[in-house]
Design a protein around this ligand. Structure first.
Ligand code: DON
Length: 304
């Protein structure tokens, strides 16, 4: 495994020239496009890594699966899915168009921005700070990393430039999808996107899902059914409008973020974290996807 990862990082690092680092939030453009790292945490406790495996970057949209788990813990799945659907859109991650044209005015799924903001509005807490503290504590628990925190510059960048997200949130407030204060929901969402992680943190969370919601101490944190829901939504919607092709070519439930991360779950076997900040036009890591395709083929990891 170690040799395979080393070879894959060496081979795919140059793929970064095919993509571009996100720059719509000032802090994101500082990433080195040539970075590429991977970590595999397997069920027996072995950890393998290669490339920029310890480098910190912001989790961005990968946070959407974490707040989904916490929102289900807080409200139950029936409530959550009365407000957000389970269907892929085939549209870009920040698209707003289906929100108005579909009959229910309900976001299609929790993996696109509009659905994730609705999910963040359901996190319980006494105040916006308390809500985010609960999100961060949940992150720390399932990554088994007590040092996680958010990047305040990126957070402020999200807040400053997030007017499209703001528009979606106010639209949902108007239609009763968001019950509480819109700015509070957005604040949780912007902060959760700004949490700094490494590929190792992603691989640990991946392993937690591969183990159906149990951390290394043996503690069950979410139900088997919640783990099933999250993995299903990852395979159908986790790579946005690239999810179908990724399912065919890689076949592993995964979630990407514009920070360059990919979190992958091989059910019952391993968690994988990838970092490669040069993105394709859909917002997914170019080198990360290519590397995952070969890894999946080499080790026959497709779930199909
Ligand atoms: O909502 C946004 O603009 C971002 N902070 C999160 C987007 C993201 O990661 C989408 N991913 N590919």
């Amino acid at each position: 495994m170690q040799e395979l990862l080393t070879n894959l990082v060496e081979k795919y690092r140059e793929y970064s020239v095919k993509g571009k680092v996100a720059n719509y939030i000032p802090g994101l453009s500082l990433a080195n496009p040539e970075d590429l790292g991977i970590v595999v945490c397997d069920k027996s406790g072995e950890i393998y890594s290669s490339g920029e495996a310890d480098k910190l970057f912001t989790i961005q949209s990968i946070s959407k699966i974490i707040t989904l788990m916490l929102a289900i813990l807080d409200n139950g799945e029936d409530y959550v899915f009365s407000k957000v659907g389970m269907e892929p859109t085939g549209d870009a991650f920040n698209s707003i168009q289906k929100l108005e044209t579909c009959k229910s005015h309900r976001p299609y799924n929790p993996m696109i921005n509009v659905g994730a903001i609705a999910v963040s509005s359901m996190i319980k807490g006494e105040s916006p700070e308390d809500k985010f503290r609960r999100v961060l504590d949940f992150f720390k628990k399932i990554s088994e990393n007590p040092d996680l925190n958010y990047d305040s510059d990126i957070y402020l960048g999200e807040k400053m430039t997030g007017n499209r997200n703001r528009a979606m949130a106010y639209f949902m407030k108007n239609d009763g999808i968001i019950d509480g204060e819109v700015e509070e929901a957005l604040d949780v969402y912007f902060k959760q996107c700004s949490i700094k992680v490494s590929a190792l943190d992603l691989a640990k969370i991946g392993l937690f899902l591969a183990n159906d919601g149990v951390i290394s101490t043996g503690e069950r944190v979410i139900s088997i059914n919640t783990a099933k829901i999250v993995k299903s939504l990852m395979i159908t919607c986790g790579m946005y409008d690239g999810s179908g092709e990724f399912a065919v070519k890689v076949g592993i439930p995964s979630k990407s973020g514009v920070g360059g991360g990919i979190l992958s779950v091989v059910p019952g076997k391993m968690g994988i974290g990838v970092y490669g900040p040069a993105l394709d036009e859909k917002g997914n890591s170019v080198a990360g996807i290519a590397l995952m395709e070969e890894l999946s083929n080499e080790l026959s990891l497709s779930i199909f």
